[in-house]
Design a protein around this ligand. Structure first.
Ligand SMILES: *Cc1c(COP(=O)(O)O)cnc(C)c1O
Length: 423
């Protein structure tokens, strides 16, 4: 966690609508890195990383969708990867030692990291992924880049990959020989660029919707963010945005049936379990790594946490009906992760309306974390339509795989990382 969470005066949020996405992001980055990086360099890093939009689109009356899939690998993880790569390259530029970034992936993180760090000077990236357990598209996106990106195809599971990475960080010998770091969300830098789009979404909120103008006279319009969650990095970034002063009424921690956090919010007991497979598979996490940060933010007290966060779970059948509903009613195609976010938000807003029909209308935003084409099979099954695959996605299928096959064995990884001739 950052030692101190910086705060903006409320005036900043009132005036944010006059700023661009890049300008808002730079203001936030300055708060965190002031004194560590000269302004010009930080501006270049931030503007370079925020090079695609995160549009907020009206869906229904009081529901908007924040589209986070306009980056190179069509998932929200692109925001963090691009920023981390530039920041790390900046910090190692005067070092004579090459930085080695080790990352375990079950698919999506690996592709975002491979793209974000491609050709980053002074950095080599090693991505460990489980052999035959990622989709063909995911494999092509993470294992065809070459240059400074090496994909290690591990003959084991994702848990084996994660264990090997942890072993590497704990190994004294490797630590001495290599300059090692991680690009998984145990690294706090990954969360900072995710704060950017919460504040940007807020800034865009008033600009387009006529229904919003009607309500503008009221001084209280509760804003709710629904965040489809697995490791809870995205949600934690939202909580940090709120601590910085963003006026958010509630966050919804929306999960699939891997619901350890919603359960914790219900009964105050945290019970990790092995992940179960679902349609929203990027959220199949049984022991989320950012839960410790959530606890820290709320002094380990579930009663305080419950004031800000509502837990909701969504079963696969509900995910499919959400995809169908939204397509039928609004002609909008959700991916299974965004569908979990929508489902939870809709349920919450329906309860809200029933409880207080004439009271103030709440305003809800859900995060759409991936492009529907990345999960075309599920969406095609639900909607009985053909999903158009964008060119930049299908182009990967023609590329040649360049992975190195390794057993799930630490000695083999170590030998790969520090070949004898370099010793
Ligand atoms: C990683 C991922 C998530 C989960 O995000 P967390 O920050 O781990 O909670 C949700 N949707 C998609 C598409 C993802 O790739």
């Amino acid at each position: 966690m950052p030692e101190k969470i910086p705060k903006f005066p409320s005036k900043f949020f009132r005036q944010a609508k006059h700023l661009s996405f890049q300008e808002i992001s730079f203001e936030i980055a300055k708060k965190f890195f002031f004194g560590d990086i000269p302004q010009n360099d930080l501006e270049e890093i931030t503007h370079g990383a925020v090079n695609f939009d995160a549009p907020l689109k009206p869906l229904a009356g009081n529901i908007d969708v924040l589209e986070l899939f306009h980056g190179p690998t069509l998932a929200f993880k692109d925001f963090a990867a691009g920023f981390m790569a530039r920041l790390m390259a900046y910090f190692v530029k005067d070092s004579d030692k090459e930085l080695t970034v080790l990352t375990a992936t079950s698919g999506d993180t690996g592709s975002a990291v491979a793209h974000g760090f491609f050709k980053a000077p002074g950095i080599r990236v090693i991505i460990l992924y489980p052999s035959k357990k990622v989709s063909e598209m995911q494999e092509k996106m993470l294992a065809t880049m070459g240059e400074n990106i090496t994909a290690l195809e591990i003959q084991g599971t994702f848990d084996d990959c994660q264990r090997l990475v942890k072993q590497a960080f704990a190994d004294k010998d490797l630590k001495q020989k290599l300059f090692l770091t991680s690009a998984n969300s145990i690294n706090i830098i990954r969360l900072i660029p995710q704060i950017f789009y919460y504040i940007y979404a807020f800034a865009r909120l008033d600009n387009y919707s006529p229904s919003c103008k009607r309500e503008a006279g009221r001084d209280f319009m509760p804003l709710i963010f629904s965040v489809p969650s697995g490791n809870f990095g995205n949600l934690t970034a939202g909580l940090l945005a709120k601590r910085m002063g963003l006026p958010v009424f509630k966050f919804i921690a929306a999960t699939n049936i891997n619901d350890v956090v919603p359960r914790y919010l219900e009964n105050g007991i945290y019970l990790p379990h092995p992940a179960q497979k679902t349609l929203s598979n990027a959220m199949d996490v049984g022991d989320p790594s950012n839960f410790a940060r959530m606890l820290e933010l709320y002094d380990n007290d579930v009663r305080i946490m419950k004031k800000d966060i509502i837990g909701m779970r969504c079963a696969d059948e509900e995910t499919v009906s959400a995809i169908k509903d939204v397509y039928r009613k609004y002609n909008y195609i959700l991916d299974p992760h965004g569908a979990v976010g929508y489902f939870a938000l809709k349920k919450y807003l329906d309860c809200w309306r029933k409880a207080a029909p004439r009271a103030i209308r709440a305003r809800g935003i859900f995060l759409e974390t991936a492009h529907q084409a990345k999960f075309a099979d599920t969406v095609e099954d639900a909607l009985k339509i053909k999903i158009l695959i964008p060119k930049r996605l299908s182009a990967y299928l023609d590329k040649e795989k360049k992975a190195v096959l390794l057993p799930a064995d630490f000695a083999a990884l170590k030998e790969f990382l520090t070949p004898l001739h370099s010793a």
